[in-house]
Write a protein that binds this ligand. Sequence first.
Ligand code: SF4
Length: 325
Amino acid sequence: MTPFQHDLLEWYRAHRRALPWRAERDPYRILLSEVLLQQTRVGQAVPYYRRFLERFPDLRALAGAQLEEVLHAWQGAGYYARARNLHKLAQAVAAQPRPDLPASYARLRELPGLGPYTAAAVASIAFGEPVAAVDGNVRRVISRLMAWENPTLAQLQARADQLLSAEHPGDWNQAVMELGATVCTPRRPACPACPVARWCQGKGAPECYPAPKARRQKAVTAVAVVLRGARGVLLEPRRGRVLGGLWGVPMAEGEALGPLLERLAADHGTPIAPPEPVGTVRHAFSHRKLEVRVYHSAWEGPGHDPASKPLSQLDRKILRQAQAL
Ligand code: SF4
């Protein structure tokens, strides 16, 4: 073991945050934690992790569930493609003669929806395979260690593979990620407290590595109407890559409410009283920001109980704005 590896592993073992999946060797639980952590902060991921495991304690239980139940358990965690992919993966594994997660990086990569990062994390943490897992935290830490402004993914992966501790690959991968999450943070990294500062070439100006990307997103405007029926509010199945499989309030892009009301009248054939505005809801997805003007009105149809359907965070905000949740 090199002194660099020794110092980082020692630091990790002494300072790692106590998280429910840290004591786990069960590959399914490790997979779930890694999938959750891809787009959810650690503090927020813990309750979802527990709730999901209560409902689906193993891969078999997940494979046997309906997609809608899975999305319901995922509700609030966001990025629902993760839940759909996990469900698909569970079904693919359950259909194999040996219905367990395979114990190697190469075979994990053959499963649907399992990218290089997640496969490497599961292979190293659950099965001790020496493969480097490279996520956003690891990219930042390595860029700073090397003082690289614009490294390619291939360069970062190659360097991560070189640095990896072959003896303790699971702890090693988690140690680099933990360093990125708690010490070598995007803004104001704590270099004086860093266990590997003496090997770091970027510590004089850490925020220059990697070079920040200019990113500005303009908000897209949309309208949504909360229609109150006899037994709840009108909810419709959402379609598309981001929210497909969930349910939501009728909504349309643009500022005009008329075309949405016409579409609803045609689809449901039930009169709608003239809607009134109840405010604006703002929501940021990974790829765009939405600014939704929310209206509400009475409706002669039955409607749904919002608690009975999987809803996105955006729809929950809209329903709260209309005091319907
Ligand atoms: S010394 Fe600073 S920039 Fe370098 S790895 Fe440590 S925290 Fe990051």
